[in-house]
Design a protein around this ligand. Structure first.
Ligand SMILES: Cc1cc2nc3c(=O)[nH]c(=O)nc-3n(C[C@H](O)[C@H](O)[C@H](O)COP(=O)(O)OP(=O)(O)OC[C@H]3O[C@@H](n4cnc5c(N)ncnc54)[C@H](O)[C@@H]3O)c2cc1C
Length: 479
């Protein structure tokens, strides 16, 4: 989000330095890699607390690591790979910091198999608004049966924090304000709170043995064929996780026909693929394979044949990092192509034109209905658009391609309408990017939980941060 301004920037290197800074500051915005797509990491006059100096990775066991909040996920993966370990819930942008991903409950393409960041956080150390340090381990502090947490501050006072009563939608990834469930863990209140309740300085994360991965690019004739292939592969994955089959799918990414048509020829050449027919859509399947990948590839070929996929898949076998990088490059070329169109409209038509995109999720079985909803709503407004995202999770990003400021405004209206439709389908309009300071996303949060839900979140904020010091205006406006 453009136009940030700050009272200053600090680069603390220890939890004590963070505590001292927070204790004495009036307004603080913690930042990680500032890859937020919601304006959450764009300052509005606060002291910027850059976490990049909070480094350090310690492997505690083959199942857990202790990490500083300022460690980029790419560095974490590189470091633990030397121990043959892997941290699964990585967003597409792996330069994001550990603290930023905890603060937004980030989730990547492989949520279908691994869940979001929340599932992998075992403990955190946070600095609260008054500078007090709180260390929370999973299972150590849970809400009382009548819906409260009681925190005893080192300086004496006891603070009662109410657990919100709204019902969260039942979807695999959600970054929509404060987590709330009866009997919930206090740790979960901080995960996904986008810097508004405390500053994460360190975390203990669960890790797994480093998987062997293959990437398979599948060209489908149509959206309905892509949905059929994805449903079939999700089934194969479930069978595999029970130990009965070789096709262990971790993620299926989707690129719609409008996106495919916008990709330049050289992207297909580099990926080793002929330019698909104009109506074609693309799936990028991430497989985890045992030592002998032949059985997985054989079964995958059978599944594709049973769905009548006519084009041979392009495969990057485990260890062929160059082939994998070329396929990932094709996927990355999609947002790059759309962003370039938006930048051109901004330069030529109106400097106020901005990216206008949704981050919506529905239960997998409602995907067909949701795609029809996205298309129908955007086309009724006469808008140009493209859709891509994490199909195996039911999480897609409908992107408006505004050719004028008016189209951008109509795009926002369309996204609001889509949000209402998605909520009616049992989904959520805020899946993985969070709420931040985006007026549209804060409106979507209101659509999801109503005014009463926002008031319940404000009550949590008031209890933990009565002077509204931390990340003010993030998730909901300041009073
Ligand atoms: C190309 C691209 C692809 C992306 N793909 C995905 C994706 O697949 N999945 C996904 O979930 N997201 C994705 N994102 C969004 C973004 O990467 C995530 O939201 C990420 O978790 C943000 O991490 P960060 O370190 O950049 O945090 P920042 O952007 O710096 O901060 C985000 C929020 O967290 C707060 N915060 C930061 N650090 C801390 C801390 N230590 N303690 C408390 N609060 C803190 C900030 O105040 C802010 O509100 C993508 C972004 C880009 C640019």
């Amino acid at each position: 989000m453009a136009g940030g301004f700050t009272a200053g920037i600090a680069f603390p290197r220890t939890a004590d330095e963070v505590a001292a800074l927070v204790g004495s500051a009036r307004r603080v915005l913690p930042i990680g890699a500032q890859s937020s797509l919601t304006g959450g990491a764009t300052p509005r006059g606060e002291l910027l607390l850059a976490t990049r100096g909070l480094t350090g990775v310690t492997v505690l066991s083959p199942a857990a690591v202790r990490v500083g909040a300022g460690v980029p996920l790419a560095d974490l993966q590189r470091e633990i790979a030397t121990h043959r370990l892997y941290y699964p819930p990585v967003p597409t942008f792996d330069g994001a910091f550990v603290g930023g991903t905890i603060a937004t409950n980030a989730a990547g393409a492989a949520t279908f198999k691994y869940g979001s960041t929340r599932r992998w956080v075992e403990a955190i150390t946070v600095i609260l608004a008054d500078g007090a340090r709180l260390t929370l381990g999973r299972g150590e502090t849970t809400a009382s049966p009548d819906g409260w947490f009681e925190l005893v501050y080192p300086s004496g006072p006891v603070v009662r924090v109410p657990v919100p009563t709204y019902r969260m939608p039942d979807v695999p990834k959600l970054s929509a304000g404060y987590y709330a469930r009866p009997g919930m863990d206090l740790l979960d209140l901080f995960i996904g709170s986008e810097g508004t309740l405390g500053i994460v300085v360190e975390a203990t994360l669960r890790v797994i043995p480093l998987p062997r991965r293959a990437l398979v690019l599948v060209t489908c004739d149509s959206e309905s064929q892509a949905l059929a292939v994805t449903a079939a592969l999700r089934h194969e994955a479930a069978v595999s996780w029970r130990g009965d089959g070789p096709v262990d799918v971790a993620a299926i990414e989707y690129i719609d026909d409008r996106s495919v048509r916008r990709l330049p020829d050289e992207v297909f050449v580099r990926a080793g693929l002929a330019r698909p027919r104009p109506s074609a859509v693309i799936l990028l399947v991430q497989l985890e394979v045992a030592e002998d990948e032949a059985a997985a590839m054989e079964r995958l070929t059978d599944v594709l044949a049973s769905c009548e996929v006519a084009v041979d898949p392009v495969v990057a076998v485990p260890g062929d990092d160059r082939a994998a990088a070329r396929l990932l490059e094709l996927r990355e070329a999609v947002p790059a192509a759309i962003n370039a169109l938006i930048a051109a409209a901004k330069a030529r038509v109106d400097p106020h034109i901005e990216k206008t995109a949704g981050d919506v999720i529905v239960p997998f079985e409602r995907l067909g209905a949701s795609l029809a909803l996205y298309r129908e709503t955007l086309e009724r407004q006469g808008l140009d658009y493209a859709i891509w995202g994490h199909l195996s999770d039911g999480n897609l990003h409908p992107n408006v391609v505004p050719r004028s400021l008016d189209e951008m405004h109509r795009g926002r209206e369309a996204l609001l309408e889509i949000a209402r439709g998605v909520i009616a389908l049992g989904g959520a309009p805020l899946a993985e990017h969070g709420v931040g300071r985006s007026a549209l996303k804060q409106q979507l949060l209101r659509e999801l939980y109503g005014d009463s839900g926002i008031e319940e979140m404000r009550a949590v904020k008031r209890a933990l941060d009565p002077s509204w010091k931390l990340a003010p205006g993030v998730i909901f406006p300041t009073p």
